[in-house]
Design a protein around this ligand. Structure first.
Ligand code: PMP
Length: 463
């Protein structure tokens, strides 16, 4: 690939399949890796789009100054354009943003003014108000205003949306992303729904932001502070078209950061906290999806912007975001089960076993469901409720075999699967999961194992 300048390297980011972190879920899950843009975030796309639109309209003239309120990434996108095209850049940022982002923008030659986070958007001290004031005061200044500028969703409509559609070969069924200005979900959603109106757009909102409440109950409510950067708002941005969204789910700071760390460790995708928010949102939805579903999770920016936060163990500990002492993975739960001295031989059925034998085994071991194995692989599960129903329907259990009464096998997870995944899989409709220990060995985990494993590890970790 050969380009005339850095701006031409923006976009065409890869769609990368997630494997280990989503193991056991039926749907295919892909990460749209916008953190691989040259400036390290999705916002490279809107930087050039907003500036070139302003140039066309005569709003930005040679030698002019770009003034923007940013959580850092839009600043970087604009700083790339300012460098290539010779503009000056002045950015206002809220003081919750990481130091790395401030240093990065200064490193790009921009002036950065840090403003307080804990003030209302219309307070004269807020980063929105300061950006407005600077635009009035600085001669030949242009304020892109990513929250209202239509070029923001438009560039996603013209680039990111089509990239996802083409790279998924039209198979995408769900798109999941955090929302800041809303440009990403609005632009991508408009494009994808034009191609297939059944595509589901799911926004993920940090606890503390008002967008979740507004979507579900129509009231703006009052924002609380939260730590994840770049997403969630204390007002409704003009660029967020709520009508494009099918649902908004909520995620805590802690879950956002833990999932961002797992994404790095299990998939090699080193991304920021808002990617963790989107992934944690996906984890809420994945248990209800089938093999036919093709999920795209949006990865907005690089983890190197958060070395002093999400990827700093001290900071995580200081904020009580660690799960210290609690099992993190399915492997640890299996280990806890072994330590508790539970019988190791799994009680199993074969598809050809008569139902009377199945009933005897259930009663002997006091289990309400049993896994069915064929050629050392789980192929189904038999439930006592079904045996009861058949008996009530006057069926003769002696004449029926397990294959005729069994339901789908429990989901299979890898030992590295996060505990949240185990919890997400175990629902009222699915009482257990298998952990694939390799070599045709499986361990079963039920809600009982989950609770007892957690309790045991919590006890042993106490000083
Ligand atoms: N994640 C991060 C880290 C961001 O900086 C932003 C933009 N503020 C987003 C997500 C959300 O993107 P959008 O503004 O398009 O909704």
């Amino acid at each position: 690939m050969r380009y005339d300048n850095i701006l031409e390297a923006i976009g065409h980011t890869p769609l990368i399949r997630l494997n280990r972190i989503t193991h056991g879920f039926k749907a295919q899950v892909y990460a749209k890796c916008d953190y691989l843009n040259p400036g390290g975030s999705v916002k490279d796309r809107i930087g050039i789009a907003m500036v070139e639109d302003a140039e066309r309209r005569g709003l930005l003239k040679p030698g002019g100054t770009i003034v923007e309120g940013t959580s850092g990434n839009t600043g970087m996108g604009l700083a790339l354009v300012a460098a290539v095209k010779g503009y000056k850049a002045v950015f206002t940022m809220a003081d919750k943003q990481s130091k790395e982002k401030v240093d990065m923008l200064k490193g790009m030659g921009a002036e950065v003014i840090v403003c307080p986070t804990a003030v209302a958007p219309d307070d004269p001290r807020s980063y929105h108000s300061v950006a407005n004031k600077l635009t009035e005061d600085i001669p030949n200044a242009f304020h892109p205003n990513q929250y209202e500028n239509p070029s923001n969703p438009e560039v996603h409509y013209h680039t990111t949306g089509p990239e996802i559609w083409e790279d998924s070969e039209g198979r995408v069924t769900h798109f999941i992303a955090g929302m800041g200005t809303g440009g990403t979900v609005t632009g991508i959603g408009r494009y994808l729904k034009e191609q297939n109106p059944n595509v589901k757009m799911i926004g993920v909102d940090p606890v503390g932001s008002i967008l979740y409440e507004f979507f579900h109950h129509g009231a703006e409510g009052k924002a609380e502070t939260y730590k994840v950067e770049g997403i969630g708002e204390d007002f409704c941005p003009g660029n967020l078209d709520f009508s494009i969204l099918d649902d908004i789910v909520q995620v805590t700071d802690k879950d956002s950061f833990l999932w961002a760390r797992r994404l790095a460790r299990l998939e090699g995708i080193f991304a920021g906290g808002s990617a963790g928010t989107a992934l944690a949102g996906a984890m809420q939805i994945l248990p209800s999806l089938s093999e036919k579903d093709f999920v795209v999770v949006f990865i907005p920016d690089t983890g190197s912007r958060y070395l002093s936060k999400v990827f700093n163990d001290e900071w995580m500990k200081d904020n009580r975001y660690t799960e210290s002492g609690l099992p993190l993975t399915a492997a640890e739960l299996v280990e806890a089960k072994a330590v508790m001295g539970q019988p190791h031989e799994m009680v199993k059925l074969a598809p050809s076993d008569p139902l009377t034998l199945a009933l005897d085994k259930m009663q002997a071991h006091d289990f309400s469901q049993l896994p069915v194995f064929e050629d050392e692989t789980p192929v189904g599960a038999l439930y006592e409720d079904d045996l009861l129903r058949l008996t009530l329907e006057a069926k003769d259990l002696k004449k029926l075999v397990v294959r005729e009464a069994m339901r789908a096998a429990f989901p299979v997870l890898l030992p590295v699967a996060a505990i949240d995944q185990v919890t997400a899989c175990i629902t009222t409709n699915c009482p257990a999961v298998f952990v694939d220990l390799g070599d045709h060995r499986y361990e079963i985990l039920t809600k009982y194992d989950l609770l007892h494993g957690i309790a045991r590890l919590a006890r042993t970790s106490q000083p």
